[in-house]
Design a protein around this ligand. Structure first.
Ligand code: FES
Length: 155
């Protein structure tokens, strides 16, 4: 899907023309087309009147930066400290076993991609993951298995 300069302008209108709008705008682009291209970042930088390097830095930090199109559902597992301390490894290995992919891979049917990310702001309910822009929190191997089953079955 193409994200046009107009649709980026529209996001800026909705999220505001401030630095704080950067992350929500990047999240929205990624949720619409599952990846973020260089052109998108340049366009966002222009629309927010900040440097492309600032956009690039934020995109890299949140692991949104990958020019390859991904699966329909991109799972981002938080690897930052609160989640690590509260069982992120067992959640991650459950996802890997259920979908038969490792971090950085996409399932053969292109339904799921698996990535790690830095803190997504749900530390108080760690461990947390995002599936596209939907957060799932307080996860256990059992709970994440149920979440994945729903996606496999219904979507
Ligand atoms: S440390 Fe995982 S959400 Fe903040």
């Amino acid at each position: 899907m193409m994200i046009t300069a107009d649709s980026i302008q529209d996001m800026v209108e909705r999220h505001g023309r401030t630095r704080d709008a950067l992350l929500p705008i990047l999240q929205e682009i990624v949720s619409e087309k599952n990846y973020l291209s260089d052109e998108d970042m340049v366009e966002v930088a222009r629309a927010l009147d900040i440097s492309a390097a600032a956009v690039f830095g934020t995109a890299t930090f949140y692991s949104f930066l990958d020019s390859r199109p991904k699966g329909k559902y991109v799972i981002r597992v938080c690897k930052t400290i609160s989640c690590s301390m509260k069982g992120k490894n067992s959640v991650l290995s459950t996802i890997e076993e259920t979908l038969k992919i490792k971090i950085g891979e996409t399932t053969a049917d292109r339904k799921f991609s698996l990535l790690e990310t830095n803190c997504i702001g749900w530390c108080h309910k760690a461990p947390a993951i995002l599936i596209n822009d939907e957060p799932y929190t307080d996860l256990t191997p059992k709970k994440v298995t149920e979440v994945l089953r729903e996606y496999i079955k219904n979507r």
